[in-house]
Design a protein around this ligand. Structure first.
Ligand code: ADP
Ligand code: MG
Length: 703
């Protein structure tokens, strides 16, 4: 996004830049950066700072650093190897430095005439013939050095730093920078005043802590980050209000002692844990409201979310609406289908199955049952959100492993119930309640920010009778021992998963590895039945393999990551993950959760290939040190940043520009409290603050 400043400013020194505002061309460029109003300009803050306060001897330059030198041009040529370019050599008392332009204007060649003195700045790299700077910034030599850091702004192609800087300076002169926050709040939180913070960031003075400015820890940054987070909190709260203003069909629990939920509980072979009972109550209360529920049920892998979902579904069905349960993979959907059938059919509720792989006729029948409302409980995959599926009266949508769905799919599902087709929707028509389930807990800071408009229910702890999984880190060189251990596990009647490595670049390669591993294990363990499941199998084939594994007919299941979510086979007690260093933390945790579901002591072997990268080492250590999903999620956030957890890379969700959730959790907390207080007591301030921060960023609201 940001053009390196060296390139953006390599205009010949001394040539006047176009006046700010002159010409629509510059305006266009500003617009591309989202800079429309003066407010936008003042909040266009530096991405970094350059230290131009000193000139260093050429001999002291090191590759990889940014530096500023002064010297005389002793050589200048246009060369044609490998392509046309301008090269020059600059000399000072201590040494020589090569300069290179891959594209250039004729006047730049003149500028570099032998004998002329220049001040040159840029990133130093090791070139073929010693140190060099590509596309250096060239300015007059001998002029006074700036006393303070120089801000560098995010820019776009063809827009120079000086033009941006001038426009921002102009805006700073014309906009009133009055504080949107009440003095009392600013004082209580020890914040820097808004205008002082902005002036500091745009125009640091020599006395300021340069490192703190660069690190974003300076009080001026703290103030800006706080304001940004506050704006986010305020807009999320507004979004929550908007949702509460929508109508949903209330689906209250009946008090009848023989209602469906009670009957389910009585039929279960186990009793619900306290934690499960609590979340059931939370969801049940939400369903009774006349506005749509928007709740996340989180609970570690194996904590028993499915039965909670079933309770919610039964309450809704008893109120006369349809319920859709959607899972990201066919295997998982199928598992839900079986579980829900076994629980609901004895209660007289038929469960309808809908996935992409259904034959045409079966599919038509399913669609028909859904359209007429005869199908009360529909379980399936993405197929559920296709245009051809129309619900008679969808009242509750349950999405499992919601983070595995793309943002677009999630939106499309929540639109399902908003009446169909979407264009025919009458405002005020009821929308369905929504329950998401996830085994990847949202770290607190994320929950408080991007997911703030989401009520969260957590199942803490596991159903009784689980034994913690022992995690072992084993080098791939000890593979034989691991295989011997599989044989031993089988003699005790227990089963094993062997997860093949993730090959990001190539699905074909990933498949090949799985096939090879299957062959190798079959040869090494001739007495055992080894199964293979991967993403390319037809749904029915996958189901057949899973069925055989669940039934105990297969002792070792070789799998690609398709088994990642939800698979529930209590008799499997050994999990081997090959090339564990290639997996993400959340994924490893999910995989490990496949074992430790029965009475037997379970083991998870993380086979790794040395040497390990720093990040891989930290991930594996985290896996070794903790089993707590919340702790894992927090470490994941620390290691990866929020972008990936949010799936922002694919969704384009506007992330915070200045605040950093991994490091600013204290500020998030403060902003959240302030938001609550301001919304209660000072609506005018709320409006003013949002006006300053949310201009042109409506996308913010839709995260
Ligand atoms: P997850 O939260 O990962 O989706 P599941 O819903 O698949 O977990 O539950 C894991 C297993 O635990 C299932 O076999 C389920 O029937 C069982 N289970 C759920 N609740 C309890 C409980 N309270 N006591 C014993 N077993 C339970
Ligand atoms: Mg599950």
């Amino acid at each position: 996004m940001a053009t390196p400043p060296a390139a953006a400013t390599s205009r010949p020194a001394g040539k006047p830049a176009g006046r700010v505002g002159a010409g629509t061309l510059v305006q266009e460029k500003f617009k591309r950066l989202g800079l429309l109003s003066a407010q936008d300009f003042i909040l266009h803050l530096p991405i970094r700072y350059e230290d131009e306060t000193s000139i260093v001897p050429i001999a002291s330059l090191r590759p990889g650093s940014r530096a500023q030198v002064e010297g005389v041009v002793i050589r200048c040529d246009v060369t044609h190897t490998p392509r046309r370019q301008l090269t020059a050599t600059l000399q000072d008392d201590s040494g020589e430095l090569a300069l290179r332009w891959l594209t250039f204007y004729p006047n730049q060649q003149q500028q570099m005439q032998v004998g002329r003195r220049w001040r040159v700045r840029g990133e130093v790299r090791g070139g073929l013939f010693g140190l060099e700077v590509i596309h250096p910034r060239v300015t007059v030599s001998g002029s006074a050095l700036p006393a303070a850091l120089t801000p560098v702004y995010p820019t776009t192609e063809g827009l120079s730093q000086p033009s941006l800087r001038r426009a921002i300076t102009l805006a700073l002169e014309h906009v009133t920078l009055d504080d949107t926050l009440p003095q009392a709040l600013v004082g209580r939180l020890g914040l820097m005043p808004f205008d002082a913070a902005l002036r500091t960031l745009h125009a640091p003075t020599p006395d300021m802590d340069a490192q703190a400015l660069i690190d974003h820890t300076h009080p001026a940054w703290v103030r800006i980050k706080f304001d940004e987070l506050l704006a986010q909190q305020l807009s999320l709260a507004a979004a929550r209000d908007a949702r509460r203003a929508m109508r949903a069909r209330p689906l209250p629990a009946t008090q009848a002692p023989d209602n469906l939920c009670h009957r389910l509980v009585q039929s279960l072979p186990f009793t619900l844990t306290d934690s499960q009972q609590r979340v059931v109550r939370e969801i049940s209360a939400d369903l009774g409201h006349g506005y749509p529920m928007h709740r996340l049920l989180q609970g570690d892998v194996g904590s028993g979310k499915t039965v909670v979902a079933a309770m919610a579904a039964l309450q809704a069905i008893e109120s006369g609406v349809q319920v859709a349960v959607m899972a990201p993979t066919e295997i998982l959907a199928e598992q839900h289908y079986q579980k829900l059938c076994s629980w609901c059919e004895p209660l007289g509720i038929e469960v309808c199955w809908l996935t992409g792989s259904l034959a045409t006729k079966a599919r038509r029948l399913a669609n028909e049952a859904i359209r007429t409302g005869q199908a009360k409980l529909v379980v399936g995959t993405q197929a559920l959100i296709q245009d051809t599926v129309t619900f008679a009266n969808l009242g509750l949508v349950i999405v499992d492993e919601q983070h595995r769905f793309g943002v677009a799919q999630r939106l499309s599902l929540s639109r399902k119930g908003e009446g169909e087709p979407a264009t025919a929707r009458v405002p005020g028509d009821p929308v369905p309640h929504q329950l998401s389930m996830s085994a990847t807990p949202i770290p607190r800071t994320l929950a408080m920010t991007f997911f703030a408009d989401l009520e969260v229910s957590s199942i803490d702890g596991m159903p009784p009778g689980r034994t913690p999984v022992v995690t072992k880190l084993v080098s791939n060189t000890r593979r034989e021992e691991v295989i011997a251990h599989i044989a031993h596990t089988a003699t005790t009647g227990q089963q094993t998963y062997w997860v093949c490595p993730l090959v990001e670049e190539s699905e074909a390669l990933e498949l090949q590895t799985a096939v090879d591993t299957h062959a190798a294990l079959t040869e090494a363990l001739p007495d055992l039945v080894i199964g293979l499941v991967h993403g390319r199998l037809a749904a029915s084939e996958k189901a057949a393999v899973m069925h055989a594994f669940r039934a105990g007919d297969i002792q070792v299941l070789v799998a690609t990551t398709v088994i990642e979510v939800g698979v529930d086979v209590p008799n499997a007690s050994l999990m081997v993950i090959e090339h564990a260093e290639r997996f993400g933390l959340a994924q490893l945790h999910q995989l490990r959760g496949r074992v430790g579901r029965g009475q037997a002591k379970s083991v998870c072997v993380l086979l790794f290939q040395a040497p390990l990268s720093m990040l891989a080492r930290q991930r594996l250590r985290a896996m070794y040190e903790t089993q707590d999903g919340f702790e894992i999620a927090q470490r994941d956030l620390d290691l990866r940043g929020p972008g990936e957890l949010l799936g922002a890379r694919q969704s384009g969700v506007a992330l915070l520009r200045f605040a950093d959730l991994a490091h600013d959790s204290e500020l998030v907390r403060a902003a959240r409290e302030a938001a609550t207080e301001l919304r209660r007591h000072a609506p005018d301030i709320v409006e003013r603050h949002l006006l300053r921060w949310m201009h042109g960023r409506e996308d913010f609201l839709r995260s």
